[in-house]
Design a protein around this ligand. Structure first.
Ligand code: ATP
Ligand code: MG
Ligand code: MG
Ligand code: MG
Length: 457
């Protein structure tokens, strides 16, 4: 319906681009619909159309937009999701963008206007006037918001601009307040659509340069919209996720379909499968390490549900059943995805059990609420526990991890490695002996800063 609606308004229907952005080393994964049009917005590339519409597969599990730590905890965040978007490249601007969005939601989808809440960037009087005076939305369901939420940018550099967002009110039975209030973190008012008025190119030093022509970039989460249309209040209750969850329940025998681990696994099978289908392979650095970390988190959640044998790869078939028609590239890559996941499951299986036992012991022994850095390092270095996996377990138990202590242990390891490598063989010989799992950390020793950022995000 979304694609048809915008096609009828003169938009070219463009296919989703892959999760690995072409020629963009600044970005880990495609995290929004605008990514494939970045050069067009910047005026560095022209296309044969000035209006486009897409449904874009996205991953937000690293970099500026990172929702990995939200998965399962909120009703609305996934690591992988589909973003519906309409785009104007120097064609229409605020007025039409707002009119189209309102028409699609209230006429095509027939959502009641009184369930919608609108925000604009605090300084954007033009957008405020269009909403309040031309569209006629009620001032009671309207707010002006600061740059943190209403000035959108893809990353630290690139196209950006003020935005206007549309929220859906899931009703007073759900905890949470409207945007701009201290209670907004709840799940009552869910942001469904962001209309970005692309006006600037941000450079590395923070300077904003006006774009050649003001443009429009919008993004609406398909899963959030599906929750609204299916009258459920949590994305994990929509049909697609329920089918994935049923498949995991069939393997694990878990009765409660709202079980936290079921939701996390259902989320992770989507991001992991699509990443592999788009050419990412589990490894110890960059994109491959993000993938490895997510797979290991999923395996650990399976373990919690009593799934001690390899199970994750068995969820690719149910996923293909749900999404294979819309994404033939997933269907084509099915065998490859299954193989890569099974391999990673086998690789982690040997150390997961022992690592968890060590962690449990350490938690029992410790006096305070912080897991010692040496334990975090031991798990990381010898048992293949990415630091965020340990942090994830700690969080579930109301504990924290000692990141500074972890880094000290890492530094000590580095010093030892340096002095060892002054002798014949050294580090590379050691790696060969200890094998891949045991040394899951070496190639990202230089990346400790990044790892810390992920935890803090
Ligand atoms: P939120 O404030 O809920 O984290 P956002 O402001 O970060 O969302 P945008 O960057 O504005 O999101 O992206 C546009 C739209 O994409 C959002 O309005 C939402 O519908 C959808 N979306 C964003 N992040 C996610 C996610 N992690 N999972 C599912 N949908 C998402
Ligand atoms: Mg967000
Ligand atoms: Mg937001
Ligand atoms: Mg937003």
């Amino acid at each position: 319906m979304f694609l048809d609606f915008f096609a009828s308004k003169g938009h070219e229907v463009v296919a989703s681009s892959p999760l690995v952005p072409a020629n963009d080393p600044t970005l880990l994964f495609t995290n929004a619909g605008m990514v494939q049009f970045k050069e067009t917005f910047l005026g560095q590339e022209t296309r044969k159309y000035t209006r486009a519409v897409t449904t874009q597969r996205c991953v937000r599990a690293g970099g500026k937009h990172n929702d990995l730590e939200n998965v399962g905890y909120t009703a609305r965040h996934h690591t992988f999701f589909e973003m519906l978007g309409n785009f104007s490249f120097g064609d229409y601007f605020k007025r039409e963008a707002i009119q189209y969005a309102w028409e699609f939601l209230t006429e095509t989808l027939a959502l009641p206007p009184e369930k919608l809440w609108i925000t604009v960037f605090e300084e954007d009087d033009e957008a405020a006037d269009i909403w309040l005076k031309e569209i006629g939305v009620s001032a009671d369901r309207f707010s002006r918001i600061g740059a943190k939420d209403n000035f959108w940018s893809m990353g630290d550099t690139g196209p950006c601009g003020p935005c206007s967002e549309i929220f859906y009110d899931h009703g007073e039975d759900i905890a949470g307040g409207p945007p701009g209030t201290p209670e907004e973190d709840g799940d009552r008012y869910i942001e469904i659509w962001n209309l970005v008025f692309m006006q600037f190119d941000r450079s590395a030093d923070g300077t904003l340069t006006p774009l050649p022509k003001p443009s429009v970039d919008t993004g609406m989460g398909l899963e959030r919209l599906a929750a609204v249309l299916q009258h459920v209040h949590n994305n994990y209750e929509i049909d697609l996720f329920q089918h994935l969850i049923e498949a995991i329940q069939a393997l694990s025998g878990t009765e409660d379909s709202s079980n936290f681990s079921l939701r996390v696994i259902a989320d992770h099978i989507r991001s992991c499968s699509f990443m592999i289908a788009d050419g990412v392979h589990p490894s110890n650095e960059g994109r491959g390490y993000v993938l490895r970390r997510i797979i290991r988190r999923a395996i650990r959640h399976g373990h919690k549900l009593g799934l001690k044998e390899a199970f994750f790869h068995k969820l690719v078939q149910p996923l293909v059943n749900e999404m294979g028609d819309a994404f033939p590239e997933l269907k084509q890559a099915q065998a490859l995805v299954e193989k890569a996941l099974l391999q990673e499951e086998n690789r982690f299986a040997d150390t997961l059990d022992n690592g968890l036992r060590i962690l449990d012991q350490a938690i029992e022994d410790m006096g305070d609420k912080e897991i010692p850095g040496e334990t975090v390092f031991l798990l990381y270095d010898t048992y293949g526990f990415p630091i965020d996996l340990t942090a994830d377990i700690a969080r579930e138990r109301g504990l924290t991890i000692d990141i500074a202590g972890f880094e000290r242990a890492m530094e000590a390891q580095r010093t030892r490695a340096r002095s060892a490598s002054q002798f014949a063989g050294g580090l590379s010989e050691q790696i060969a002996i200890d094998g891949e799992t045991a040394f899951c950390g070496y190639s990202q020793t230089q990346e400790t800063g990044t790892i810390t950022a992920i935890i803090a995000d």
